[in-house]
Design a protein around this ligand. Structure first.
Ligand code: GRF
Length: 203
């Protein structure tokens, strides 16, 4: 069974969707640990509800960013984690982190990359006035939201959408796409060729 870690800073609804998909036997993986940089994150609450191990790393308790990331890397190695899943994790990973888990870190972004990267993907798409936005699951490289795209799905922007209504529909797509991406990884069906991620057929 693929051992994964989920890193989350906030509400953790994606974590919940992944945990549920695993419990229902849809994804052949095990969440070894849920890590947060925010002791108040509701994601921790959700993790405990699913009986998952949780760990909190507070940046203020480390001398610098690199040692903070190093402590997380050490835990991931100790837990024999094979895939790191970022689910609303609000910190940029250090170069060492990305290199240690090269093409074994996934992120989900609430817009169609390369449009609207960064922290405010939903708002930025809305204020630009696009008619279609969506969801991107991608591998993490050393840039911000720049890694190879694994899955994408479009979400139509409605005339009267605000940040909340659009994000709610984006979330619904995320809850399907993220477990699917993890399933494909667990089944060894994601082949990274430069910028392209080839999805291999079912065996
Ligand atoms: C999601 O919309 C995700 O795309 C973005 O952060 C949000 C996290 O939501 N990276 P949640 O904490 O999973 O509810």
């Amino acid at each position: 069974m693929l051992r994964i870690a989920v890193l989350a800073s906030g509400s953790g609804t994606n974590l919940e969707a992944i945990a549920t998909a695993i419990e229902e036997g849809e994804v052949p993986a095990k969440i070894s640990v849920v890590i947060s940089d925010n002791p108040e994150a509701f994601a921790l609450e959700r993790a405990r509800k699913h009986g998952l191990k949780t760990r909190v790393f507070k940046l203020s308790e480390f001398p610098d960013r690199n040692s903070f990331d190093k402590a997380i890397i050490d835990l991931l190695i100790e837990e024999s984690v094979e895939l790191v899943v970022l689910a609303g994790y609000m910190k940029i990973l250090s170069r060492e982190f990305v290199r240690t888990f090269n093409m074994r870190i996934m992120n989900i972004h609430p817009a169609l990359l390369p449009s609207f990267p960064g922290e405010h993907g939903v708002e930025d798409a809305l204020s630009y006035g696009v008619k279609i936005s969506g969801v991107t699951v991608h591998f993490v490289d050393e840039g911000v939201d720049t890694g190879p795209v694994i899955l994408q799905e479009a979400v139509k922007v409605e005339e009267d959408d605000d940040k909340e209504t659009l994000h709610a529909r984006i979330h619904e797509v995320e809850y399907r796409l993220y477990p699917l991406a993890i399933k494909l990884f667990a089944e060894g069906r994601l082949k990274v060729e430069g910028r392209k991620v080839r999805i291999l057929p079912e065996k």
